[in-house]
Write a protein that binds this ligand. Structure first.
Ligand code: ATP
Ligand code: MG
Length: 159
């Protein structure tokens, strides 16, 4: 359905923020004004954001900031979730969107999980005609970014 993304995103973050560990801080870097409309299945994009943000928390055992950012790129929105956690080795970055892939078993074993979260996330983004990718530095942190096409902002009346 047609959804104003900024208020929707605030709402999702508000809900997650009630349950985050004390050593994690969310930082919101969103446009002050709304008016950015996307055509989404809200439940599915909520699941996408839950998956990405819960990874950011889970793979930040020492805590830190998680920056939630939205940028207007004219024809699409660029949404990113940046953490200061354990990071991912360069040669493993591509694989994290594959089913059942879990980087660095030794370190992630105790954190639990199936390795399906990002594979499902990627499928859900592609259904929405978006793209998703990751940037990371081991020991420094990870940024997961995805796009969502913007709907026409204003429907001009014909004269
Ligand atoms: P789950 O199915 O419970 O989500 P998971 O978190 O292991 O399990 P994915 O969310 O698909 O699975 O992530 C795949 C792998 O990518 C993780 O096992 C982890 O190694 C790596 N990863 C994902 N997000 C991050 C992150 N923010 N920082 C570091 N590593 C990450
Ligand atoms: Mg996960």
């Amino acid at each position: 359905e047609r959804t104003e993304f900024i208020s929707f995103f605030h709402h999702v973050i508000d809900r997650l923020e009630m349950n985050i560990p004390e050593h994690i801080a969310f930082i919101r870097d969103l446009p002050k004004r709304g008016g950015y409309y996307v055509w989404i299945d809200k439940d599915k994009i909520t699941q996408v954001l839950d998956n990405i943000i819960s990874n950011a928390i889970k793979y930040s055992p020492e805590g830190g900031q998680i920056r939630l950012k939205v940028e207007n790129k004219r024809h699409y929105l660029l949404i990113s979730v940046q953490d200061q956690g354990i990071g991912i080795a360069y040669d493993k970055l591509e694989k994290i969107f594959e089913r059942f892939y879990r980087a660095d078993r030794a370190r992630t074993r105790k954190l639990g999980g199936t390795g399906l979260g990002l594979a499902i996330t990627k499928e859900l983004i592609e259904v929405h005609h978006g793209k998703i990718w990751a940037k990371s530095k081991e020991g420094k942190g990870t940024t997961i970014s995805f796009t969502l096409p913007l709907m026409n902002q204003k429907r001009r009346e014909r004269k």
